[in-house]
Design a protein around this ligand. Structure first.
Ligand code: NDP
Length: 241
């Protein structure tokens, strides 16, 4: 059974991904920050369907916690890593204090550095592996009020391309998936007005569902994607086209 690690697997896109990958026969380890009830519900759902999902409470901004998690799975080959965890602290740049900046950069970018470093050795040793980074349009074209998030996601996109060039010859692929507006807690806070304007901007005329992103990540982990690396795949209903 191949092991996959998903950061931020207790809700939203990560949850859909954990459920899909477990259904496809992977053993899925996932990390979450604090919502024990949500994580337990994911594990229960997966087990109820005969799958294997293992929840680990691990704040990816905490280097010690990440190291402890990685030590715990050190004996297992991690076939694939999906860097999905993220958080938002939007605001005008001049009012953005260093806490707001750091928590977003740490959750999105530095955590990807730590987790990838922790998993890559076993991938290189095995001569195979997949890394998928969940990016954002904000990291490609920018978004007012999201200087922290855009910078972190933009860094994640550049990290994807650089690492793909570095590890491709060892059988490891590294790709990015860029969701558009997806119905998760992350967008649930939008006002009705903002929501209506957002939907109007999407060529497909609706927000996406978490499983529509999960299916693309799962494709990138599959044999069908064996010759794809350094790619950025948009799953955005056409909004970024
Ligand atoms: P959600 O807010 O719904 O879920 C976030 C997940 O990440 C939760 O499982 C949460 O755990 C976990 N998480 C957050 N911070 C940490 C941390 N410090 N340590 C460990 N786990 C953490 O997010 P989405 O599903 O909406 O987003 C998933 C990805 O997709 C993100 O990378 C996001 O940037 C990207 N994206 C999403 C879009 C959208 O429209 N939804 C649009 C563009 C990109 P817990 O439950 O414990 O808080």
């Amino acid at each position: 059974m191949l092991n996959v690690l998903v950061s931020g697997g207790s809700r939203g896109i990560g949850r859909a991904l954990v459920e899909l990958l477990a259904e496809q026969g992977y053993r899925v380890h996932f990390l979450y920050r604090c919502r024990d009830d949500a994580a337990a519900e994911v594990v229960e759902t997966v087990r109820g369907r005969g799958g294997d999902a293992r929840a680990h409470r691990c704040d990816v901004t905490d280097a010690g916690a990440v190291d402890a998690f990685l030590a715990g799975v050190a004996g297992e080959e991690i076939y694939a890593l999906v860097n999905n965890a993220a958080t938002l602290r939007d605001g005008h740049f001049l009012l953005m204090d260093s806490d707001r900046w750091n928590v977003v950069v740490d959750t999105v970018l530095t955590a990807a550095y730590r987790l990838t470093k922790g998993c890559l050795r076993s991938m290189l040793h095995a001569g195979r592996g997949r890394v998928v980074n969940v990016g954002s349009l904000s990291g490609q074209v920018g978004q007012a009020g999201q200087a922290n998030y855009a910078a972190a996601k933009g860094g994640l996109h550049a990290f994807t391309k650089a690492l793909a060039r570095e590890v491709g010859r060892y059988g490891v692929t590294v790709n990015a998936v860029v969701p558009g507006w997806i119905e998760t807690d992350l967008v649930a806070t939008l006002s009705e007005d903002h929501r209506a304007r957002a939907i109007a901007s999407v060529p497909l005329g609706r927000f996406g569902k978490p499983h529509e992103v999960a299916r693309v990540v799962s494709f990138l982990l599959s044999d069908a994607a064996s010759y794809i690396t350094g790619a950025t795949v948009r799953v955005d209903g056409g909004v970024g086209s």
